[in-house]
Design a protein around this ligand. Structure first.
Ligand SMILES: *Cc1c(COP(=O)(O)O)cnc(C)c1O
Length: 223
């Protein structure tokens, strides 16, 4: 399927989810996750009108950035090794996977202006997933006030792989409640307005539960 065809279906689902929850489509940033696909396919996504691309590895990001450059807004969505920060910091607009102090320290050192970051939270506490436990997030955010080039714009999670709708909604609601609590504290370094949640399998539910950034790979740019 072409990206245009995939996008048409996804757009309908986004609209329906917005309608169901009384939200506006303008609140949702659609990120095409291009980690599985070629640079040509990523370019096809841009031609279809998608502006945000997500990669989870330094190599994939740099390979595509070489061709596409700043025609796209780049999101780093995977676990990021501190030693690779210097290689991607000039290319990415947002980092969705901030999960430890050593990474914040490196971002702070390498960036020359505040980098919008999401803190990755392992709401479902699956061993296989990265991210802080929900109970660790608030103290972590307080530590981050020392790093002036790290700006916490929101929280990110990956929901468990399941079709259990109530379970998925439960995860999204917990992330949202945590976001609300942090946002209401009014930290200057952590406005924490956004929620990066929702992938191919669960994005409609994520939108109904408040997602502002959805990250779609297989359903959008998959063949
Ligand atoms: C791969 C990936 C996605 C996209 O997954 P799909 O199920 O293909 O939509 C989203 N977020 C992260 C962090 C990923 O690694």
């Amino acid at each position: 399927m072409s990206v245009v065809d995939n996008l048409a279906k996804i757009d309908q689902k986004i609209e329906q989810a917005c309608k169901n929850s009384g939200r506006s489509k303008n609140e949702i940033t659609l990120i095409a996750v291009t980690k599985y696909v070629t640079t040509e396919r990523a370019q096809e996504a841009l031609e279809a009108g998608i502006k945000h691309l997500g990669e989870n590895r330094k190599e994939g990001l740099l390979e595509k950035y070489e061709e596409i450059g700043d025609q796209a807004t780049w999101h780093f969505i995977g676990s990021l090794q501190s030693r690779k920060v210097k290689d991607v910091i000039g290319q990415v607009s947002m980092i969705h996977s901030l999960d430890r102090k050593s990474l914040a320290k490196e971002i702070n050192k390498r960036a020359n202006c505040p980098v919008p970051c999401f803190i990755q939270v392992n709401i479902s506490e699956e061993e296989s997933k990265h991210g802080l436990a929900a109970s660790e997030v608030e103290s972590f955010i307080e530590v981050l006030s020392h790093y002036q080039n790290v700006k916490v714009v929101g929280l990110m999670t990956m929901a468990p792989h399941t079709d259990d709708e109530e379970k998925l909604r439960g995860v999204f609601r917990q992330l949202r409640a945590l976001r609300d609590r942090i946002r209401d504290k009014g930290y200057r370094h952590a406005p924490c307005e956004y929620l990066s949640m929702g992938m191919s399998n669960d994005f409609a539910l994520a939108i109904e539960e408040g997602a502002t950034h959805i990250r779609l790979g297989s359903s959008l740019v998959g063949e």
